[in-house]
Design a protein around this ligand. Structure first.
Ligand code: ATP
Ligand code: MG
Length: 328
């Protein structure tokens, strides 16, 4: 039997190359070796205010992005989180297993609720519990994610271990899959922050659907550090980030990238990087409108049915273990 993968992204905005290099690219690379479920986590999106009509549109757009990136609906399961009610149900169980202190320690909660004090959304606080439910429902072995989700995955593991200890072996304890390079692509505008869909400063992100002129302008304006050489240097996060993107898209090693730009300045480097990014995104951009709405609906309906079959069996076991399986 193949081992299983679960992962997802939020339909909160336009996907950027950080999402692609940190997560999606690996979903595609791993989908043949593993049985894979890729979810559009629209319940997670509700943790921050969303316009309903836009959220509906972004949810379908995200399915298109998964497909254009190379997720194959014939071998992977693509589905919308809210189509499988068990995600919300198991989240409640997780909230009764987890402790306030564990959630308070989560850096994503601290960052996303910064400055809001008592008005911070309870959804942002509970976000990792929904994520734990997502993963544990499917007896997931491997979760390919970016570095920012490592802490949430550790909590997921802790919750699975705790439940198994208290109620008997029920959940598979998942492993993270965090790529050695590209797990944290930084903002072009503020290289100390990760590139994020929900960042109000769009100059910091290269979106997967940006056109060539926009990509070139954003890269030309990308913040650089002091120093003029185009080489990796721990003390220069901006150039490290740009060279990381270059290396991942060209397949060059760090040494090869450095040798390639030896004696060249930032202007030359940024122009060449822009060409590489534009060319790398071209096939993806050509594919993104290949799927019309009826075909998307078909893929998502089939995906939800497959996911529901697994999730409902897991939840039934969980409810039996807890002694609350009356209606099932
Ligand atoms: P939001 O700002 O709405 O949280 P996001 O950019 O963080 O958006 P998510 O949908 O939360 O995107 O995450 C989808 C996947 O992309 C996750 O696996 C996450 O770890 C990964 N990811 C997000 N940002 C980056 C980044 N800058 N570099 C690498 N991977 C990333
Ligand atoms: Mg995020």
């Amino acid at each position: 039997m193949k081992k299983r993968i679960f992962s997802g992204a939020q339909p909160t905005g336009r996907l950027h190359i950080g999402n692609y290099l940190g997560a999606l690219k690996n979903w595609v690379a791993l989908q043949e070796e593993y049985e894979s479920l890729y979810c559009i986590v629209n319940l997670h999106a509700l943790t921050l205010p969303q316009d309903p009509a836009e959220l509906r549109q972004k949810t379908l757009d995200l399915a298109r992005i998964y497909l254009a990136a190379g997720v194959d609906p014939e071998i992977s399961t693509i589905f919308i989180q809210s189509d499988v009610a068990e995600h919300a149900e198991l989240t409640w169980v997780m909230s009764c297993i987890a402790r306030m202190g564990e959630l308070e320690r989560m850096t994503q909660f601290k960052e996303k609720s910064k400055g809001t004090g008592e008005r911070a959304g309870a959804g942002i606080f509970n976000y990792p519990l929904l994520m734990a439910a997502d993963i544990l429902l499917y007896h997931t072995d491997l979760v390919p994610v970016g570095l920012d989700q490592k802490q949430h995955l550790e909590l997921t593991r802790d919750l699975a271990i705790r439940f198994n200890r208290d109620y008997g072996e029920t959940f598979t304890v998942p492993e993270p899959y965090i790529p050695p390079v590209g797990a944290k692509i930084m903002s072009l505008a503020e290289p100390a922050k990760k590139m994020s869909k929900s960042d109000a400063n769009i100059a910091g992100s290269i979106f997967l659907l940006d056109d060539a002129d926009t990509i070139t302008t954003k890269l030309k304006r990308a913040v650089t550090d002091s120093g003029t050489e185009i080489r990796f240097d721990e003390s220069r996060p901006a150039i490290n980030n740009l060279l990381t993107i270059y290396g991942l898209l060209t397949g060059k090693t760090n040494a090869e990238s450095e040798a390639h730009f030896e004696g060249k300045g930032y202007g030359h480097f940024k122009t060449e990087l822009a060409e590489v990014v534009v060319e790398s995104l071209r096939p993806f951009q050509e594919k993104v409108n290949e799927y019309d709405e009826p075909r998307l609906e078909e893929i998502l309906t089939k995906g939800a049915a497959k996911a529901h079959g697994i999730a409902s069996a897991t939840l039934r076991t969980v409810y039996e273990r807890l002694g609350i399986n009356w209606a099932r």
